[in-house]
Write a protein that binds this ligand. Structure first.
Ligand code: ATP
Ligand code: MG
Length: 767
């Protein structure tokens, strides 16, 4: 019988609606970018709940936590606040949540620490040193990757030792002892009560495999399973998903959506084979397959370009996407002499787009192949006063002072945490030097006990003993309060008692103040974690404990932003990898040069090249209306000036979709003037000032004809001054004798440190 679909599904087209309503049995949606796959998942979950399921019976696995948050927000509009109880998040964060409860079954404490990739690398480095191996041959990073891919393929140290082909590879790489390092690494992690990122998957699989009663519990709990970006899951992730839905008499209510043409994580073990396997695995259980073909995101020009580019890849599931958004603007190409000018032109073009089309910062993204490319764009965006945010790269939680405090907190929660222990046992310095730490390690090794435990028993000279006891006391006192105190109270106490806060306060250099700010911002973050009104999960009360806080931040993926939450109108800078699933009105894909994009590392093989092309495909299909592709003739790479051919991908974009240049400013002189005038309105900078601003790099920054030096006695700490060559700055310090005074000045446009300037000779104008 034809029942009218519920009104909230009106916002889907016919096929999307069918996919959203087919909530019983297995479903597969393979479709191109912008066709509404994520939208189908979102409305499907709303529908599942509206049909009577409890929110916590829904498990939705997304690529970033941010994507999960956005999904929940959308669903909340249909089902209300209870959307907060849906189990939506990344594989890692949701599996960590399960492991928190179940870890004791597999010999881990439930307060296990999560090692991030720095911790992992550092521990591997430590093991390499202890084994007296040549660290130029045994590189921690390479070994970390070997171990990671072993875990992703469910190869334990024992299996590794028997795996002829892995052993042969290691031999070939002159690292025959990788298997030994792997074994040591695993036992050290276990002893430290720590799991690395791969363990969160590996251990969960192990748990489900070996503990039928546990897996049964979660099979009953998660009645509906959904996976977004399925093409980028690895074998292990799919294996876990199958554990949850493949068992006798299972209803197999599972829906996966993906696009083989957007698979870009093969290097991390992701495999589009999963899509093919899924079709086979569920073939006998009434699998329903939906194909979506209309692209709701991009204009026809962009869709045409995307289709043309991806047709250069041979193997793919046949799909076409079309758009009815109209032809739209042509694709623009920026070609410059060097990367600096590329940066400037991109920033220029952004101002122009903003003024002509009233775009906000948040409508704009700059996408690059490698994170290291961000710097130049950041520089120009700053110069042009355009707010931006860099995703990935050195995020807040990677900064040293932040990691230091977190290490203390980790020790409070789990005193066996070896990496945390090493990081702070003598930081700030308390007289427990390398020799003393060596003794602790030796004792721990002899007796097979954790470092923190060993610290209590080493026979130190008196002064060291005293320092060690002080350290132990800080950690244990906080630990004793863990049940009663929330995360902030503990962190605040630790910040003071550890000496970290005083230590940072003493450093009054600009950099030092920056570090103190980061430290303070971390404490602020913990405070808001404690105070923010989280949605109450019906199974658990809102948990403000330190352990939960640490778990949350350990799982911020590289792709979740480095915050500054209140400032949302910002231009996005990110790697193409991180841009998956996202969309922006205007997208700049930069650095389109051979060996950069496509990357030199992938150019040797057909598979590598195809993956680079898929990456380019992902990049251009993020754009809704304006797409700009840019490249430069030369750039510095690894410290050397390199000359670059334009990327082959540029030539794969059909000529009719590309704006007919010339972008030479002289030939388009009239248009240029008009644009410049509009730009001036937006930025408040006139074209003349701008061109002067452009020349500022090397040449004088200030118009000498209007510059009037002030008398020396007007110069005081804190005043803002103008310098003929360095531009605007602030006086941070004054010293030297009366006729010999020296001002330290921080110039906003210069890299650190401050310039020290003899006032007698300098010309400064007080502002
Ligand atoms: P990607 O492969 O890049 O992840 P996707 O297939 O997940 O893309 P969505 O992000 O779900 O696509 O949808 C792309 C855009 O089109 C979104 O802004 C979405 O809201 C919009 N959209 C999708 N379907 C419809 C529809 N039926 N009506 C209006 N807008 C739609
Ligand atoms: Mg999507």
């Amino acid at each position: 019988t034809a029942v009218k679909p519920p009104h909230y599904l009106d916002e889907l087209n016919e096929i999307q609606r069918q996919a959203a309503m087919a909530i019983k049995g297995p479903v597969l949606v393979v479709a191109g970018p912008g066709s509404g796959k994520t939208r189908v998942l979102t409305y499907r979950i709303a529908h599942i709940i509206e049909q009577g399921a409890a929110p916590w019976e829904v498990l939705a696995l997304t690529f970033t936590n941010k994507a999960a948050r956005e999904m929940k927000e959308r669903i909340e509009k249909v089902v209300g606040k209870r959307a907060g109880n849906i189990w939506a998040g990344t594989f890692h964060s949701l599996f960590a949540r399960i492991l928190r409860v179940e870890a004791p079954h597999i010999g881990y404490p439930s307060n296990f620490t999560i090692y991030d990739s720095d911790d992992t690398k550092s521990l591997i480095g430590q093991i390499i040193r202890e084994m007296n191996l040549d660290k130029t041959v045994y590189q921690a990073n390479a070994i970390k990757n070997r171990i990671s891919s072993a875990k992703s393929s469910l190869i334990t140290p024992k299996l590794y030792e028997r795996n002829e082909s892995l052993l042969a590879e290691d031999k070939g790489a002159k690292m025959p002892l990788v298997s030994k390092i792997y074994a040591k690494y695993v036992s050290r992690c276990k002893k430290a009560g720590a799991m690395d990122f791969d363990d969160l998957l590996f251990r969960l699989f192990e748990l489900f495999q070996n503990h039928p009663e546990v897996v049964k519990k979660y099979r009953q709990k998660f009645k509906y399973v959904l996976v977004d970006e399925f093409q980028d899951t690895n074998t292990l992730q799919y294996a876990i998903v199958k554990k949850l839905v493949m068992y006798p008499n299972s209803p197999r209510n599972i829906c996966v959506v993906g696009d083989d043409a957007q698979s870009i994580y093969a290097f991390r073990g992701a495999t589009i084979q999963n899509i093919l396997d899924y079709e086979k695995d569920f073939a006998d259980f009434g699998i329903q397959t939906f194909k979506l073909e209309q692209n709701y995101r991009s204009t026809e020009n962009i869709v045409a370009a995307a289709n043309a580019v991806i047709s250069h890849n041979r193997r793919q599931i046949q799909k076409k996407i079309w758009s009815d958004k109209g032809e739209g603007e042509k694709i623009r190409i920026i070609h410059e002499m060097d990367d600096t000018q590329e940066g400037k032109r991109v920033a220029d073009t952004i101002l122009e787009l903003k003024s002509r089309h009233h775009l906000k910062n948040e409508d704009i993204a700059i996408l690059y192949r490698t994170n290291a490319q961000s710097r130049i764009f950041e520089e120009y965006l700053r110069r042009f006063n355009l707010a931006y945010r860099v995703y990935g790269g050195l995020s807040f939680y990677q900064r040293k002072e932040v990691k230091d405090l977190i290490a203390y907190l980790r020790l409070v929660v789990n005193p066996n945490d070896e990496e945390a222990f090493r990081r702070v046992i003598n930081y700030p310095k308390r007289g427990i030097g390398a020799t003393s730490v060596g003794k602790v390690i030796a004792l721990a090794g002899q007796q097979g006990i954790p470092l923190f435990e060993a610290l209590k028993h080493v026979a130190f000279p008196n002064r060291t003993r005293h320092a060690a006891d002080g350290f132990i006391d800080i950690i244990e006192q906080a630990r004793a309060k863990m049940d009663k105190a929330d995360a902030y109270e503990l962190a605040d106490t630790i910040a003071k008692r550890s000496g970290l806060l005083d230590f940072l306060r003493k450093d009054t250099s600009i950099e030092g103040m920056g570090r103190l700010e980061n430290f303070q911002a971390l404490l602020d973050g913990i405070k808001s974690f404690v105070e923010e009104d989280t949605v109450i999960d019906t199974e658990t009360l809102p948990d403000k404990s330190l352990a939960t806080y640490l778990q949350n931040i350990a799982l911020l993926t590289d792709f979740d932003s480095n915050e500054a939450k209140n400032d949302t109108d910002v231009i996005t800078l990110m790697s193409v990898h991180a841009a998956k699933g996202l969309e922006f009105q205007a997208v700049f894909v930069v650095g389109l040069e051979e060996k950069l994009f496509p990357s030199w590392m992938s150019m040797d093989t057909m598979e590598g090249m195809d993956e680079e092309r898929r990456l380019f495909y992902v990049a251009i299909t993020r754009a809704e209306r304006f797409l700009t592709l840019s490249y430069a003739n030369t750039r510095y790479r690894y410290g050397k000036m390199t000359m670059n051919e334009p990327s082959r991908f540029l030539s794969e974009v059909p000529a009719e979709s590309i704006e007919s240049t010339s972008h030479s400013r002289r030939s388009a002189g009239h248009e240029y003037d008009r644009v410049e005038r509009q730009r001036a309105k937006v930025s408040g900078i006139t074209p003349r000032q701008r061109s002067r601003g452009t020349a500022r790099f090397a040449a004088p920054k200030v118009d000498p004809s209007t510059f009037k030096p002030s008398p020396i006695d007007m110069i005081e700490v804190g005043v803002r001054v103008m310098h003929l060559k360095f531009g605007e700055g602030r006086v941070t310090k004054l010293d030297g004798g009366s006729d010999n005074r020296i001002a330290s000045i921080h110039f906003s446009d210069l890299a650190q440190p401050d310039k020290r300037i003899m006032l007698r000779f300098a010309k400064l104008q007080v502002l």
